[in-house]
Design a protein around this ligand. Structure first.
Ligand SMILES: [Zn+2]
Length: 205
């Protein structure tokens, strides 16, 4: 039987966001006959896609990302042993192949997402370079940013996005064991934007 695993973070008023990003506000409104809501949020809220536009003025926006990149076979790697950054050495053992969609499950998923923790596990610059060389299609991580907070090494973003490898940040991989799945990631179709929240699910057959 098909099993669906939701690996998206819930979006709610005053939820944790990455420092210096806009807060989420949700205001209930009423028309004469219905209830509606006014929502404000940053483009990198919760579980979201980073697109090449995030680091380059002429980079592809979220509406232009090929959905074939975002839907298809994916592999969750067990990186729960990492204490700080995920290194090239950690990834070299995993036999990563060209075109793969790779998600990494780290201690972030074990700690939970009720608060923002600045000491989250991230992807090291060298490891991003390694993934770009492997020509993967997509990389997903269970932290609100792929790069270490405050580190001037921006390669985690640039090595992937400049090579059209899209990034999913803010995954909650606590309900999923490492292994093989089918991934469905559908960000909203914001024209030209640097990113967008997305509903992301895994389907196992
Ligand atoms: Zn982002």
């Amino acid at each position: 039987m098909t099993k669906i695993i939701d690996i998206s973070l819930p979006i709610y008023q005053s939820m944790p966001v990455y420092p210096n990003n806009p807060p989420v506000t949700i205001k209930p409104l009423k028309t004469p006959t219905t209830y509606i809501s006014e929502i404000t949020f940053g483009s990198h809220t919760g579980t979201h896609l980073d697109t090449p536009r995030h680091i380059s003025e002429n980079g592809l926006g979220v509406d232009k990302i090929d959905l074939n990149q975002l839907i298809g076979p994916t592999r969750i790697l067990d990186m729960t042993h990492c204490q700080t950054g995920i290194t090239t050495k950690d990834l070299e053992k995993e036999n990563i192949k060209k075109g793969e969609r790779i998600l990494v499950k780290t201690k972030n998923s074990l700690r939970g997402f009720k608060n923002f923790y600045p000491d989250y596990i991230y992807l090291e610059g060298n490891a991003a370079e390694f993934l770009a060389k492997q020509e993967i299609t997509l990389f997903g991580i269970d932290s609100l940013s792929i790069k270490q907070k405050g580190n001037p090494d921006v390669r985690a973003h640039t090595e992937l996005l400049n090579n059209n490898i899209v990034i999913i940040e803010g995954l909650d991989l606590s309900p999923a064991d490492p292994g093989n799945y089918n991934l469905y990631c559908l960000p909203l179709k914001f024209v030209g934007l640097d990113g967008s929240p997305a509903r992301v699910i895994l389907v196992s057959s």
